[in-house]
Design a binder for this molecule. Structure first.
Ligand SMILES: Cc1cc2nc3c(=O)[nH]c(=O)nc-3n(C[C@H](O)[C@H](O)[C@H](O)COP(=O)(O)O)c2cc1C
Length: 254
């Protein structure tokens, strides 16, 4: 079984490549959070994977919230791995995942990371199409190596010292913190897809169908990148920037 969190499809792509080879089913952490599904049976599974994006060099708050509530039945020494996608570099995710799983009596066997296009467009730009193609080709080759290593059940012990931050904290939109900068501009056509895409259910629609944000936001930017009208913005920092969705996957209902 592979537990995957993915806002713009990179981690889903990684999970699918691995899952195709190991014959493992992928569980969407976003959907599990939306539906409050936290119990899974892995009795018949050979591998247990967590494929997650890097947020602020550690785990996304949403992924940590899921792992905290996860109830796994049938764990009997399966090969447990973490694969972290990132725009540039990973940080303490291996130690964070190790720490979180250890508290559930599940030892992490190995971790891997893979660079893919960066979706945190506050600090970066979406790369030009040719660069994206090249990055995805490199990622594919790298993922094939990772998959081979997973199938061989190669031990790759992660750093086990608990990190400073187990995950990037989720923020209450109402506190006027960073996440309160999310809003829809005049291009919004009230289609409501942002609310559907939000793994945290923190987008509501007003009487005219326009979104507003409330509650705990994990800053995944699914709303911003997946808005078909490019109407979702983060402060004044994203109006002139491109949007990114991994072209190899279908994120519908993920
Ligand atoms: C809030 C946030 C924080 C991020 N922090 C990092 C980071 O610390 N290092 C990094 O290399 N990439 C960072 N990224 C980029 C993502 O890890 C990367 O694009 C990832 O592949 C996205 O996965 P997804 O398409 O499955 O959502 C960040 C993205 C977001 C939204």
């Amino acid at each position: 079984m592979i537990f995957c969190f993915s806002a713009t499809g990179n981690s889903l792509y990684a999970a699918q490549r691995i899952g195709d080879a190991t014959n493992d089913r992928i569980v969407s952490i976003g959907r599990a959070l939306r539906n409050e599904e936290f119990e899974y049976d892995i009795t018949n599974d050979e591998y247990l994977g967590f494929v997650l994006p890097t947020y602020a060099w550690t785990l996304p708050g949403a992924a940590a919230a899921f792992i905290e509530r996860l109830i796994l039945k049938g764990f009997s020494g399966q090969y447990v791995y973490g694969v972290f996608t990132c725009g540039e570099s990973t940080g303490s995710e291996p130690a964070a995942l190790f720490t979180m799983l250890r508290s559930k009596g599940i030892p992490l066997s190995a971790t891997y990371d893979v660079v893919m296009p960066d979706n945190f467009i506050v600090w970066s730009e979406v790369p030009p199409p040719r660069k994206i193609e090249q990055m995805l080709n490199d990622a594919k080759t790298h993922l094939d190596g990772i998959t081979a290593s997973i199938i061989r059940k190669t031990p790759r012990k992660p750093d086990t010292a608990p990190p400073k931050d187990l995950y990037m904290k989720m923020e209450e939109v109402s506190t006027k913190s960073g996440t309160s900068k999310l809003h829809a501009d005049g291009k919004c056509n009230s289609c409501g897809l942002c609310a559907e895409a939000c793994p945290m259910r923190c987008i509501r629609l007003d009487a005219s169908g326009r979104p507003y944000w409330e509650g705990s936001c994990t800053m995944c930017f699914a709303c911003l990148h997946r808005c078909p009208a490019n109407a979702v913005q983060y402060g004044n920092e994203t109006q002139n920037k491109g949007r990114y969705i991994n072209p190899e996957v279908d994120l519908n209902r993920f």
